[in-house]
Design a protein around this ligand. Structure first.
Ligand SMILES: [Zn+2]
Length: 350
């Protein structure tokens, strides 16, 4: 489930496909030797290493690549891990814009109008979150200023529960997630988490690493000739651990921002409990994947983390003068809820 939460943000890594010639049946039958994986490919790779001209070329590529890699390492927020980002902001925004247009064409038939009560309600919650981020001195203003934040609600109860924020500020919330969110604080948890992915530039990080994964995949394929095996190695040892770290960073940033925005941090724990329950239901239907193979940490792990971070979140909440704001907001929420109840299908809380 949590995987589906971030589906729109994730970028697919190109599966390496080389046009290497596999031995045909005739060649195989004439050969008396045991062909482990694929001798022809292994041999050509070894030849590449032995040939002085090729070696010089490889050394140049490897040396240049290493310098480029090392000069584009930076510290990730929250975890402080070293990460590789080379994608310039304008390219990140261009890709976000392309994804946005693609999403618009895919969801055109089920998109709620921008003046619908539900869109207005979710937009109001999201605006509070963006405002809170502006008050956080640790967040780079370049990621907030001049961005046209815009919320879209995809009213498709049959679609998997999902929500995401694209680079460039376009937010998509699928109505099927609202039942799990249950209330404003639950929705704020999901929105803050997705927003945090953008504040931490996780899309840019994934896009930056995509060519490396492609090259590694190509090298592994050249050596082993086994595509499925290579994908398993890359997923298990590189992509998934990095993805889980990004999720934890987004969880932490999101929890702090929603607390600053006067949404009850304790409700984040309740939201992830409901997510865990949803995961159990998926498991019952045979569509559950264990944490090690998942691109996201299990909800139980998230709940443990949230509880560890709760004192810090509660402190931010109490420092944010939420008492005065909540009475104003409760009356606004009551007004909107009242309107939603009379609007049938859009009354999706609970
Ligand atoms: Zn996520």
């Amino acid at each position: 489930m949590i995987r589906s939460l971030c589906r729109g943000r994730n970028v697919g890594f190109a599966t390496p496909r080389l046009s290497l010639v596999r031995p045909n049946r005739l060649e195989f039958s004439r050969s008396a030797s045991y062909q482990r994986f694929n001798n022809r490919q292994s041999k050509s790779f070894v030849q590449l290493l032995v040939d002085p001209a090729s070696r010089k070329y490889l050394a140049f590529v490897f040396g240049g690549g290493s310098i480029f890699y090392l000069t584009h390492l930076e510290e990730a927020p929250v975890s402080g891990r070293n990460r590789f980002i080379w994608l310039p902001r304008y390219l990140e925004l261009k890709i976000g814009s392309y994804s946005y247009n693609s999403m618009l064409s895919q969801t055109r038939g089920s998109m709620l109008p921008s003046n619908s009560s539900l869109t207005v309600k979710v937009s109001t919650i999201f605006e509070k979150i963006v405002e809170a981020a502006r008050k956080d001195p640790s967040i780079d203003r370049e990621l907030l200023d001049g961005v046209n934040w815009q919320v879209h609600i995809v009213n498709d109860p049959k679609a998997p529960p999902n929500a995401f924020v694209l680079p460039g500020g376009k937010v998509f919330v699928f109505s099927s997630i609202l039942g799990i969110c249950k209330n404003d604080d639950g929705l704020a948890t999901v929105l803050s988490h997705e927003f945090a992915h953008q504040l931490a530039r996780h899309t840019a990080e994934n896009l930056s690493k995509a060519p490396i994964y492609s090259i590694l995949g190509a090298v592994l394929y050249t050596v082993t000739g086994a595509d499925v095996f290579n994908r398993l190695i890359l997923d298990s040892f590189l992509k998934m651990p990095a993805s889980r770290q990004m999720e934890t960073e987004a969880d932490h940033i999101g929890l702090m921002i929603m607390s600053r925005a006067c949404f009850k941090p304790q409700e984040a724990v309740e939201l992830w409990k409901r997510m865990a329950e949803f995961e159990k239901q998926l498991k019952g239907r045979g569509s559950f994947s264990p944490e090690f193979l998942s691109t996201h940490p299990a909800s139980d792990r998230r709940i443990e983390n949230m509880q560890l971070w709760m004192p810090q979140a509660q402190e931010l909440y109490s420092q944010s003068d939420c008492g005065a704001m909540s009475s104003y907001y409760d009356s606004f929420q009551g007004m909107i809820s009242g309107r939603l109840t009379t609007e049938g299908p859009n009354s999706l809380w609970g």
